[in-house]
Design a binder for this molecule. Structure first.
Ligand SMILES: Cc1cc2nc3c(=O)[nH]c(=O)nc-3n(C[C@H](O)[C@H](O)[C@H](O)COP(=O)(O)OP(=O)(O)OC[C@H]3O[C@@H](n4cnc5c(N)ncnc54)[C@H](O)[C@@H]3O)c2cc1C
Ligand code: SF4
Length: 495
């Protein structure tokens, strides 16, 4: 801690976002380029080095936050990058995309704005790339053991990098044409530019990890065949089976799942398409679902030039402050948060009838109606109470030419046959079953990430990837020095 009074003398300052009118005209990240580094050392100085760092406990990766805050406040970027990479393979991903449960657990946050931990993480990661502090780290010697990792999202990438660096020969199988999982075709460019993904993939290739794209295990290559060919298999296929909205009119044209819509917009940014065939341009858009995926649809529809965009959330409008009885510090509270996409929608007035920014809260969809051609034109909704019972007299109708369903995901997609071919057990909610060592009921086959945990976050996915790598390394060699930040049963901090 370079300045022990930093938290008293320096107010919290976040990485500034570009003006709304400017950023909605492009797909670049929403932040002002170059504006983080000049402010970040003083921000890191706000860390009190409190002695019992709950931020560290709240981070599933166990990031050594007070240590790197201190190093950044002293501008020792190389040491900070080393400490950060000791616990996180991909800090530039979490530094941009993590909801930062660490900040909710920051001791300063008991009665002041938390340290900007996520911004500090991002600054260290970006600086590490600029200065060459994140070179490829190929293994000194090979173990002669082989591992197939199925799925190239953050779980699969973290597992593959750890296992490659431990000396095993690793091939990552990915059904899509590009590597990255939901970070590639789900999360939009304005939240994280794909350059960050490309850089890591290049680093991994240089370390020796092999990538096999456009190869769906179970369809293009048999899962049992893969099991026979490799010494171990890690399943990291995610949880992409989307939830449906079973109401009258669902079959009308123009009602799409979020993960049908977002990949097309991402493909426009990749240069694969001139224009998305589902573009929101000129349309009245309603997004059903109040989570992150819905917010990503919102920011995308705004950039595509929608006539109006409204987002429906089944939950009531949350308060601005945490409820100290229900969700006391240091848990991650459900409070009103204004994402960049919500800020854009609010400032542009995309949803004049909204309760806040572009959102209608406590809103439940009753049915859709369409035109003579079978295309959706209206969404009918009603307000609901905390037990989701309709409130009489609150029915209303929104114009809707494009409806995006962002209702979450129920578990792994079973269409590829992988689960059946390997004879894997599943949990009642559809995820792949595993024991305390990340092993499935089929010998030599392990599972990690959303495929086992259910729909989660990138920080959990990276932690899962690191932990499953340690389990696989132990399986292959009898012991492991790889870190395992979590067990399969760990969950976010609650009361
Ligand atoms: C739109 C959206 C936005 C999100 N935004 C955020 C955010 O801002 N912050 C955050 O922390 N989290 C966010 N999440 C959640 C986060 O992306 C996931 O929790 C995380 O990506 C899970 O990682 P994973 O590696 O387990 O699975 P995934 O990222 O889903 O990767 C699984 C990969 O496996 C591949 N695959 C599946 N089956 C096969 C097969 N049979 N053969 C070969 N490959 C296969 C898939 O194609 C995919 O590439 C978001 C999710 C969505 C949908
Ligand atoms: S990964 Fe997330 S929880 Fe961990 S330090 Fe970074 S922002 Fe905080």
């Amino acid at each position: 801690m370079a300045d022990p009074k930093g938290f008293m003398t320096t107010p919290r300052q976040d990485w500034p976002r570009r003006p709304v009118e400017e950023r909605v005209k492009d797909w670049d990240e929403v932040y002002v380029p170059g504006a983080l580094l000049p402010i970040i050392s003083k921000q890191a100085d706000r860390c009190m080095d409190c002695g019992v760092p709950f931020c560290h406990e709240a981070c599933p990766l166990g990031n050594l936050i007070p240590e790197w805050n201190d190093l950044v406040s002293r501008e020792d970027w190389r040491a900070a990058a080393d400490r950060l990479h000791a616990t996180n393979n991909f800090p530039e991903f979490t530094g941009r995309l993590c909801p930062a449960p660490c900040e909710a657990g920051c001791v300063l946050a008991i009665n002041q704005p938390a340290v900007t931990i996520k911004n500090v993480e991002c600054a260290i990661a970006d600086r590490a790339w600029e200065e060459g502090f994140a070179p490829p780290r190929p293994p000194d010697r090979l173990s002669g053991r082989t591992v197939a990792v199925i799925g190239s999202g953050p779980t699969g990438l973290a597992a593959a990098q750890q296992l490659t660096r431990a000396g095993h020969t690793v091939a990552v199988y990915e059904q899509d044409d590009r590597i990255g999982g939901l970070m590639r075709y789900g999360i939009p460019e304005f939240k994280m530019e794909k350059i960050h993904l490309e850089r890591r993939i290049e680093q991994m290739r240089a370390e020796g990890t092999k990538f096999r794209t456009s190869t769906a295990v179970g369809r293009d290559v048999g899962a049992a065949e893969l099991r026979a060919r490799y010494d171990a298999v890690v399943i990291a296929t995610g949880a992409t089976a989307w939830r449906e909205l079973d109401v009258p009119g669902r079959g009308l044209a123009g009602i799409q799942q979020a993960m049908e819509y977002l990949p097309l917009a991402n493909r426009v940014c990749e240069g694969d398409l001139e224009r998305s065939p589902m573009s929101a341009a000129g349309k009245h858009v309603v997004i059903v679902g109040g989570g992150d995926t819905g917010a990503d649809c919102l920011g995308t529809a705004v950039r595509e030039g929608a006539a109006s965009v409204t987002q429906l959330d089944i939950y009531a409008l949350p308060g601005a402050e945490r409820d100290e009885d229900a969700e006391p510090w240091p848990t991650y509270p459900k409070i009103y948060r204004l994402s960049a996409a919500h800020e854009e929608a609010r400032d542009l007035g995309t949803a004049p009838a909204a309760d806040a920014d572009a959102r209608l809260f406590a809103a439940s969809t009753l049915r859709f109606t369409g035109d003579a051609d079978g295309h959706v034109r209206s969404l009918h909704l009603v307000e609901v109470d905390a037990r989701r019972r309709p409130v009489p007299g609150t029915g209303r109708t929104l114009p809707a030419d494009l409806v995006l369903l962002a209702l979450g995901f129920s578990g792994p997609d079973r269409g590829d046959g992988l689960i059946d071919q390997l004879g894997l057990g599943t949990e009642p909610r559809g995820t792949i079953a595993r024991d305390a060592g990340f092993a499935t009921n089929t010998s030599g086959v392990f599972v990690a990430g959303d495929a086992a945990r259910g729909q989660s976050l990138i920080v959990w996915a990276i932690a899962e990837g690191r932990a499953v790598a340690a389990a696989v390394d132990r399986h292959l060699t009898g012991s492991s020095r790889l870190p395992a930040p979590i067990s399969p049963y760990d969950r976010p901090m609650t009361v």
